[in-house]
Design a protein around this ligand. Structure first.
Ligand code: TSX
Ligand code: MN
Length: 604
């Protein structure tokens, strides 16, 4: 952190290091933004889309080597290696700074250095944090304006808050004498560094212009650095959606959800219920900052101001509200472009066009046999454009959380939903969650479970064992009757023939309804060794064309399979090392004992 008074000093020092041709302090105005977008189009770095089809929207195409977060180049540079834990890349902070300082020397030559004052969290919130990002990428500037709160208003807020997280970013492509700019400047992989200095609360990113590597407010500040601050200050920074669920009587509850990638987190946060009278609205789709108030209950804010969503697979069928949000004022990255200058990606609605420009800016026809849009293609859009953004989404006091969902893609063993007995059991559920590996490229791991505690594996700025302890410690601040109930959901269970048993998407509202009613002590459940599982009658499947056996299969607990799961969790827990809280080992033992006891009962 750096104090407000030292801002100019820090900017001058970074300019001296990076040697830009000039410096621009961002004011965040409409007029400034339009100037930047016009410049990007003139420099052929952005494509203006057809204003009749997609008003005020732009497409960017990254270098083919710069398409996603680079986990193997992401570093937690804590003073002591053991503080980063077994799941993070660690480097000695002094050494890392020396290496990166060499790279930053003159790295902005021929470019403008932009200074972006941004805020994570609503204006006036006790949890909101300020960052100042220095960058030489206009793509970053126009995206930060969508994804965070930026500019003059933030500078006013900085006087109140007093200090900020310094975030230095360069794409690592200096325009030295004779060097021509390219449409997506970036550096080779061995020069890419996404670095976090947890004690200093400092972020240094070099060599990538893409998403989480470059928009430093999101994964770097709002998750990795925020997890460190949150542990120190006794709150939580989590990779979670926040949704508002309203029943037909007009009563609302707020629910958090942690899911690994490719589980449809954004889709769930904007879901259109198939149950009449029920409504889902969005508070956030990716990150939640959560704290306990004096009433012993948990409240959450969304630190972000927009959605940086995966476009591929998004359609009016899977997520109509996202499709409506991105009708205008949207930035697209690595999507395909139609002949009439609109966007396209695999599994969008309608027939596949006969001709496209693909994400590599090459001609594409269906016979080419490649993907036209990159699988990690993105839209950036202001949350305000969502037709289902909740009216209280910017409430600085946050929303009261009634339930926390965890989950993953599990074709077998895990039922559609089960409820934790208490907070500690719920933390156990979060610690063992994950998805089964399906990618053919890692074929010897096929069918194994990739565990991803609370979907936070790449986003914890310290030791995983300490992170799980922090979850338990948060629970100790209050008692179970006041804390949110924790649920493990699995939309992805399959039958013996490999078909999904649950229709998913809008039908997930039927599971949300059960949760809502459980929170009011109403819906029925069977107590099982793994937790409380809905009775078949308690899940509302009216109007759902589903075989009766399917629901019972979805809710079935196979004790033998679960004992295998216990063994697999034991193996996983070994990898966390001696900072794994004993409480979680105890939860695992208790689960095993409940399963063995149940099996013995059955055999009698
Ligand atoms: O997002 C998904 N959700 C959550 C929605 C609120 N997806 C897409 C995952 C990739 C991002 C799902 N896919 C979900 C789901 O609940 N369920 C499934 C699996 C599934 C896929 C297809 C069908 C049913 C289930 N059925 C038909 O396509 C007809
Ligand atoms: Mn995410």
């Amino acid at each position: 952190m750096i104090s407000f008074q030292e801002l100019n000093q820090w900017v001058d020092k970074m300019a001296e290091l990076c040697q830009p041709k000039d410096i621009h302090f961002m004011d965040g105005s409409e007029e400034e933004n339009q100037r930047f977008l016009d410049q990007l189009v003139a420099e052929k770095k952005a494509l203006l889309l057809n204003p009749q089809k997609r008003p005020n929207s732009y497409a960017f195409f990254s270098d083919p080597s710069d398409v996603a977060r680079v986990e193997n180049r992401t570093f937690i540079a804590s003073l002591h290696k053991d503080d980063a834990g077994p799941t993070n890349n660690w480097m000695d902070p002094k050494e890392l700074k020396e290496t990166m300082t060499e790279l930053y020397k003159g790295s902005m030559k021929g470019r403008t250095m932009y200074v972006i004052p941004f805020m994570m969290g609503p204006f006036g919130s006790p949890l909101s944090k300020i960052g100042i990002q220095i960058t030489d990428s206009l793509y970053v500037v126009v995206n930060m304006r969508i994804m965070t709160r930026v500019g003059r208003d933030v500078m006013k807020e900085l006087e109140r808050i007093g200090s900020f997280v310094p975030c230095l970013h360069s794409v690592g492509y200096p325009l030295n004498d004779g060097v021509e700019d390219v449409s997506w400047p970036s550096a080779p992989i061995e020069h890419k560094f996404i670095s976090h200095f947890p004690e200093e609360k400092l972020i240094w990113s070099y060599g990538s212009g893409y998403g989480g590597n470059a928009l430093l407010g999101k994964k770097c500040l709002a998750l990795r650095i925020a997890t460190v601050i949150a542990k120190e200050e006794m709150w939580m920074a989590e990779h979670m959606l926040i949704l508002k669920l309203t029943n037909p009587e007009g009563i609302s509850k707020y629910i958090l959800g942690a899911f690994p990638s490719a589980c449809g987190k954004t889709n769930l946060s904007m879901l259109v219920p198939t149950l009449p009278g029920w409504k889902v609205e969005t508070i956030g789709d990716d990150i939640a900052w959560i704290w306990m108030k004096d009433d012993g209950r948990l409240y959450a804010i969304n630190p972000e101001a927009g959605f940086f969503g995966v476009a591929r697979g998004t359609s009016y069928r899977t997520n109509p509200n996202a499709m409506m949000a991105i009708r205008k004022n949207t930035i697209f990255t690595n999507v395909a472009i139609t002949d009439d200058l609109d966007v396209w990606w695999e599994d969008i609605d309608g027939p596949t066009p006969d001709h496209l420009m693909d994400w590599k800016k090459e001609d594409w026809t269906p016979s080419k046999g490649t993907l036209a849009a990159h699988p990690n293609c993105r839209f950036s859009v202001s949350a305000k454009q969502s037709p289902v953004i909740a009216k209280e989404w910017e409430d600085p006091q946050g929303v009261l959380i009634s339930a926390i969902l965890v989950g993953g893609r599990r074709p077998s063993t895990i039922p559609l939903i089960h409820e934790a007995f208490n907070w500690s059991h719920g933390v156990f559920m979060g610690s063992m969650m994950g998805s089964e590996i399906t990618a053919a490229s890692i074929s010897n791991d096929y069918g194994k479970v990739r565990r991803d505690p609370f979907a936070m594996l790449p986003f914890i700025g310290y030791h995983l064992g300490d992170y799980l302890k922090h979850w338990l410690d948060m629970g100790k601040l209050s008692n179970d009757s006041l804390l949110p109930k924790i649920y493990y959901v699995n939309w992805f269970r399959k039958d013996d023939s490999g078909s999904y048993l649950w229709p998913g998407f809008g039908h997930n509202s039927r599971v949300l309804k059960w949760i809502f009613e459980r929170c009011d002590g109403k819906a029925q459940a069977n107590v099982t060794p793994i937790g409380n599982v809905p009775t078949e009658e308690s899940i509302d499947i009216r109007g759902l064309p589903m075989k009766a056996e399917a629901l019972s299969e979805l809710l079935y607990i196979d004790n033998k399979k679960w004992l295998e799961e216990v063994e697999s969790i034991k193996v996983y827990y070994e990898t966390i090392g001696n900072k794994l809280p004993n409480q979680l080992k105890l939860e695992l033992q208790k689960l095993e004992q409940r399963l063995l006891y149940e099996m013995e009962k059955e055999n009698k």
